[in-house]
Structure formats: C-alpha cells, structure tokens
Ligand binder design. Structure first.
Ligand SMILES: NC(=O)c1ccc[n+]([C@@H]2O[C@H](COP(=O)([O-])OP(=O)(O)OC[C@H]3O[C@@H](n4cnc5c(N)ncnc54)[C@H](O)[C@@H]3O)[C@@H](O)[C@H]2O)c1
Ligand SMILES: O=C(O)C(=O)C[C@]1(C(=O)O)C=C[C@@H](O)C=C1
Length: 301
C-alpha cells in the first residue's frame, strides 16, 4: 500500500523538484502538487512539468494533501509553515528536508502547534540549486535521516520512512541534537573549509586569479565545487546549527594546530600516521559502495 496518495512540495529548487521527479518516477499514481514563493520558479516548474499542479498560493497547495514536504532553506521553514497553517488538513503529515534539525523542529512546532510533524533530512545533494538542477535519482541509495520527537506518532514516522524508501533511500532515525552534531562533522564544517580555502586562495596577493583557475585541476578543484554551493542555503545552515558547528570547529582548530606543530618540527611520523588513517577511511567508504553518485549527474534527469 502507498504511504501517501497526495503529496505537496513547498519549495521547488534542487531538493523539492528532485522529490517531485522521484515521486513521478517511482510512485506514478501519487498526485504531486507544488508551490514556491518565487513566481519565476513557479513558471519554470510549470514548464518542466514535474508536478501535476503548481499553485500560486501556499495554502491552496495543501488543501487536500496527506503529506506536505517543506523544501525551503532552513531559515525560511518557519515562514513556509506559517503560510500553510490555516489550510492544512488535520490528518496531514508535515515533514521537511532541512540540513539542520534542532531549530527547524522548533520552528515547525511554533508555526504548526497541532500538526503531525516528522522532521527529516535526505543526505543527498549537489552544489547546484533551482528547479532545473533536480533529478529523479538523487535519493537512490542515499540516507535519509528522520528526527521524530516525543510528540511524533510512531505511525506517522513509519509512513514517512516508507515514503523515502519508496524513492530508493535508506532511512535512519535519531534525535535532532545528534543529527546536528553528526552533520556538523560530515557536511557543515567541510563546506565551511571549502568556502574558506577558496576565499583565501582568491585573496592571496602573490597568486593571481588566472593562476588559481589554471592550476585548479587538482585537490583545489574539488573544493571549488563544494564552495559553489547555494549561499542562502548554507548561510541558513550555519546560523541554525551554530552550537554544533562551533564545537566541531574548536576540535578542528586544535587538530590543525597539532599538524602545524608537526610540520614546524619536522615530525614526519605524526603526519604519516594521520594520512594513513584518513586514507583507510576513504578506502572503507569505497568498499561500502558509498562512493559519490555524482558520476551519474546529467544522465539521470
Ligand atoms: N542542496 C543540497 O545539497 C541539500 C541536500 C539536502 C537537504 N537540503 C536542504 O533542502 C532545502 C532546500 O535546499 P535546495 O538545495 O533545494 O535549495 P534551492 O535554493 O534549490 O530551493 C529552495 C527553494 O525554496 C523557495 N523558497 C524560499 N522560501 C520559501 C517560502 N517561504 N515559501 C516557499 N518557497 C520558498 C525558493 O524560492 C527556492 O526555489 C534546504 O533546507 C537545505 O538545507 C539541501
Ligand atoms: O554533495 C554535495 O554537493 C553536498 O553538499 C550534499 C550534502 C552533503 O554535505 O553531503 C549537502 C548538504 C546536505 O544537507 C546534504 C548533502
């Protein structure tokens, strides 16, 4: 049995349009309705045709929904939830895809005090944004983390789990607090490092911009891909996961200082030991078959 038959997606950028496309591909009998606050995104989404209907008002989009998925930047989730509050059916489940979870859960609960809420985060994305960037296979073989709390009925969590599984994702449940700490290490601080190193390179007076472009075929090129990620989305993630990001940054600063000392004092063993450990981690990821699915980008639309 299908977990939902009428899904509304609010926010039709990379993630929202990918969810809509994935539903159309994997759950063809499910009706998909979309809404975006930006009229240009609504017009483009209608041209792309990944939803059965795109409404101009958020409230109209949710009138008969049984699942509403908020796919907007985490700083906008409270406003997007408030926009649907008056029209949300009492038995509809509200979920989201935000990259941080503690503040998102609080914003959802404040805007929708009586709704059934199952916060979520598909750990899958790219550096691109907007409705043209989405693709149906984005979630296949990737993790989706759900962070239900004491107010979340287990049956609602089970339905949202079944929904993501039907799009090809593997689902894990954890607390919002634990999610934010884990993602600070695996996603948020790595993005901050990429933004920072690309910014530093472009500021260096001794290195011209043309040299940065010319010699960026190596490791730096990988950083530039991450540093091209959406500025609004990532500003919101850092402002909304402040505590966990600052905690991990403190640890990182101490570890970088240790490496600085090893380089200064010619301590090759310390460098070699760390690099051997990190190489083993990368090889472990490859052995688990969790390599980067971006190799399929462009072919997967
Ligand atoms: N990009 C990724 O790699 C990735 C991965 C997983 C989760 N996420 C999360 O997904 C969410 C969306 O990210 P994205 O990459 O799709 O961004 P995006 O910029 O591609 O799309 C966001 C869309 O939300 C719309 N929007 C903003 N405020 C709105 C509002 N109040 N009401 C309705 N629409 C509104 C924007 O107009 C835009 O079209 C974010 O919370 C992000 O943390 C992103
Ligand atoms: O691969 C990328 O480009 C991503 O940034 C994807 C990524 C990640 O860091 O893994 C980014 C943010 C998310 O909330 C989830 C996934």
């Amino acid at each position: 049995m299908l977990p939902f038959s009428r899904v509304t997606v609010i926010g039709l950028g990379l993630i929202g349009s990918s969810v809509a496309r994935a539903i159309r591909a994997s759950l063809p009998t499910v009706r998909v309705t979309g809404h975006d606050a930006d009229p240009a995104v609504r017009a483009r989404s209608r041209d792309l045709g990944f939803a059965h209907d795109i409404t101009d008002q958020a409230g109209t989009a949710v009138l008969d929904a049984d699942l509403v998925l908020l796919c907007v930047p985490v700083g906008a989730i409270g406003a997007a939830a408030a926009d649907i509050a008056a029209d949300l059916p009492a038995d509809a489940i509200v979920s989201d895809v935000g990259g941080s979870k503690v503040s998102v859960a609080a914003a959802l609960r404040a805007a929708l005090p009586h709704a059934i809420i199952v916060p979520g985060h598909p750990v899958a994305g790219t550096e691109n944004s907007g409705p043209d960037a989405g693709f149906a296979t984005l979630f296949a073989g990737r993790w989706c983390i759900l962070t239900p709390d004491a107010d979340t009925p287990p049956v609602a969590t089970a339905r949202v789990r079944a929904f993501w599984e039907s799009l090809g994702a593997q689902v894990e449940e954890m607390t919002a607090h634990h999610h934010d700490l884990v993602l600070a290490v695996t996603s948020h601080v790595p993005h901050l490092i990429a933004y920072s190193i690309v910014g530093t390179a472009s500021d260096l007076e001794q290195v011209t911009e043309s040299e940065v472009i010319k010699y960026s075929a190596g490791g730096f090129r990988d950083f530039t891909r991450i540093a091209a990620s959406d500025p609004t989305m990532w500003r919101d993630v850092f402002l909304n996961n402040r505590e966990a990001v600052l905690e991990i940054l403190q640890r990182l600063t101490e570890d970088v200082t240790m490496l600085q000392r090893a380089i200064r004092w010619g301590d090759g063993d310390t460098l070699f030991d760390l690099f051997s450990r990190t190489r083993a981690i990368r090889r472990g990821i490859l052995e688990q078959g969790q390599d980067d699915p971006r190799a399929d980008f462009g072919r997967a639309h």
